[in-house]
Design a protein around this ligand. Structure first.
Ligand SMILES: [Zn+2]
Length: 131
């Protein structure tokens, strides 16, 4: 039997997913859109090592709010923030949702926050998988 290999979503698809998720959350994209980057694991680790004491915990998805930006958005555009994804993983869209929720203020340091974030992630995953 031929194995079924699903094509991983590329940047265009990931941007579409982010827009869909924002619409579902009732957030206008006028607030800005995320910049999305796909990096290899080694690059993710290097980036994470720059910002975190335990980079291995952050090597799959990194989200930076727009305030930290080293460069301004192009004219007429607004950035919500940057999301970096480990391109080698098959759950790119799930990682994207996680990063997007962080940019929108979701956290998972405390149990209560984690439950709230996980519930949202589940809803959005369902929405994306249903299409
Ligand atoms: Zn997180």
């Amino acid at each position: 039997m031929k194995s079924v290999r699903r094509r991983l979503p590329g940047l265009v698809e990931l941007h579409r997913i982010a827009a869909l998720a924002m619409r579902e959350l009732g957030i206008t994209t006028k607030l800005g859109r995320p910049e999305i980057f796909l990096l290899r694991r080694k690059e993710m680790e290097a980036l994470a090592a720059h910002f975190f004491r335990r980079p291995e915990q952050h090597a799959n998805v990194l989200a930076f709010e727009a305030d930290d930006f080293p460069h301004p958005a192009p004219r007429g555009q607004k950035f919500l923030g940057q999301i970096y994804l480990n391109q080698d993983l098959s759950n790119r869209s799930e990682l994207l949702i996680h990063g997007l929720l962080h940019l929108l203020g979701y956290r998972h340091g405390r149990a209560r926050d984690m439950i709230r974030m996980q519930r949202r992630e589940k809803e959005l995953r369902r929405l994306i998988n249903d299409q």
